[in-house]
Design a protein around this ligand. Structure first.
Ligand code: P53
Length: 488
């Protein structure tokens, strides 16, 4: 009789590490020939629970931001000054035993205006140094080519991703970095959370694209289409430049549950879930799924496509599926419902779950559901490239930061990852979000901290920028050293 062994624990080469993004980390916004980016014209949010603000950008607000040469209202301009601290920060990651460090390249460091004739050598050199620092410590860089930013010049010139011309600009940028970092960077992702294009400015780089008018709805899906094509072209070029490259997609996964076993709720949840699976259906399977044709029709969305687009998308499927996972949502067929309060929990309250201070409903089992569902649907390697807990950490008088809630959050998620692996899921790695405290994507706060490493900086940008190890730092070190066996 033949029976295959159930995998026990994480594979030997599992990529443990942490994930960041240039616009939330680097600072040095006007240094080294870098151009202004879309992330640097978004103001700090006035509310903790309203996610929409990061997507509200108008022509007027951009003009105001360009005139303002300070970082006071624009925290993503200062980040946590990784630009000048990268050696120290990477050494701290190495001390925890990181196998992988996910980071992004700021497009505007390489092409300050998005479509310059030649790339900015100083920008390229900066990432040479960062990667060589990683290599020195045996850390594999995992690089997102576009993480929630683009050169602002492309917004001013052609309204960002609304214009098809941005595909060419992106592809040139991608080709430049694939060539430059050939043999140094092997793991890539094209767009961070590509579903953000359907939310507004942060994803589209197009002004007013958050508005719920039919025109702006159409624009968002058109911008997304351009990104799909750009991503597929980049994947093909990346493979041609170096067949060793592993290039993934990246989506904000939101598992949707039906509120009850009423079939109407189940169907509503299925539809909601399809609207989130759509992105990976395109990038992993290589075509627009049928259910979206209906959705487009019923919502008056008409995409303008070139005849070759479908073929490009087919040829440019990804090598692995990267995703962020923070929470799950609940949907019912009934519209009169109590909403979850969080700034991204668009669904209903789940009475079985607790939520973070920002109202994100914490659901480790949901991660398992997602892993199993993805594996069943796609059969490609999966990579959890973000997961973590944003919390208000306090430093005590001895300079210690006790963060048992963060350890608890991650431990529960890692246990579920192990269960999925036992089910046969091919999981490549886990790069938790924000190993070092950084600026929040949604609200631009500093006080929404995710890190194992505390950074002394407040919401106004005051502080020494000194780095401190939290309790979770020592915990994660043990987790990695034991390859996920020791979670206590
Ligand atoms: P912050 C919403 C929902 C899920 C993930 O987010 C999201 C967002 C947008 O905020 O973004 C990812 O910092 C994103 C990171 C971001 C992280 O989640 O708002 O890829 O850039 O920092 C956490 O708490």
């Amino acid at each position: 009789m033949y029976r295959k062994e159930i995998p026990d624990g994480f594979p030997k080469n599992f990529l443990w590490g942490g994930a960041t993004a240039a616009n939330q980390l680097e600072g040095a916004w006007n240094v080294g020939g870098k151009g202004l980016t879309t992330a640097e014209v978004v103001k700090k949010a006035s509310s903790r629970t309203d996610l929409s603000e990061m997507n509200v950008v108008t022509k007027e607000s951009i003009a105001e931001a360009i005139d303002d040469k300070t970082d006071e209202l624009y925290p993503k301009r200062r980040g946590i000054d990784f630009y000048h601290h990268y050696k120290e920060d990477i050494a701290l990651f190495a001390e925890m035993g990181f196998k992988a460090f996910r980071m992004s390249i700021a497009w505007a460091r390489i092409f300050p205006n998005g479509d310059d004739k030649t790339p900015n050598e100083e920008g390229l050199k900066f990432y040479d140094s960062v990667f060589s620092e990683c290599k020195k410590h045996g850390i594999e860089p995992v690089v997102t080519i576009s993480h929630y930013e683009m050169p602002l010049a492309l917004t001013l010139k052609q309204n960002g991703w609304a214009d098809r011309k941005t595909i060419d600009a992106f592809v040139r940028y991608a080709e430049t970095v694939f060539k430059r970092y050939k043999g140094i960077v092997k793991y890539w992702m094209t767009f961070n959370e590509i579903n953000a294009a359907t939310w507004g400015f942060m994803g589209t780089g197009a002004v007013d694209s958050n508005l719920s008018t039919p025109e702006q709805l159409n624009l968002r899906y058109q911008a997304l289409h351009h990104q799909f094509v750009a991503s597929a072209k980049a994947v093909q070029i990346g493979h041609k430049i170096d067949p060793e490259n592993k290039i993934g997609c990246m989506i904000a996964r939101m598992q949707t549950y039906p509120k009850t076993c009423n079939p109407r709720d189940v169907r509503a949840a299925q539809l909601q879930d399809e609207l989130n699976l759509f992105f990976t259906d395109v990038q992993v399977r290589g075509e627009y799924p049928e259910y979206m044709n209906r959705y487009f029709k019923e919502n008056g969305i008409e995409l303008s496509m070139k005849p070759e687009d479908e073929d490009e998308i087919k040829k440019g499927t990804v090598d692995y599926l990267g995703f962020s996972y923070y929470m799950s949502t609940v949907t019912s067929g009934d519209s009169k419902v109590e909403k979850a309060s969080g700034n991204f929990a668009m669904g209903e309250l789940n009475p079985y779950l607790e939520a973070s201070d920002w109202g994100w409903q914490i659901d480790p089992v949901g991660l398992r559901v997602t892993l199993n569902e993805y594996w069943d649907r796609y059969r490609v390697p999966l990579f959890i490239v973000e997961n973590g807990l944003g919390a208000l950490d306090k430093m005590d008088e001895d300079g210690q930061i006790h963060d048992p809630y963060r350890i608890d959050y991650m431990k529960k998620h890692i246990i579920q990852m192990k269960e999925a692996i036992k089910d046969g899921v091919d999981l490549m790695g886990y790069t938790m979000w924000g190993p070092i405290d950084l600026i929040s994507a949604s609200t631009s706060e500093m006080s929404k901290r995710y890190g194992f490493i505390y950074v002394d900086q407040d919401d106004e940008g005051n502080g020494t920028l000194k780095r401190y190890k939290k309790d979770s730092f020592y915990w994660y070190k043990k987790v990695i050293a034991s390859n996920g066996k020791d979670l206590d």
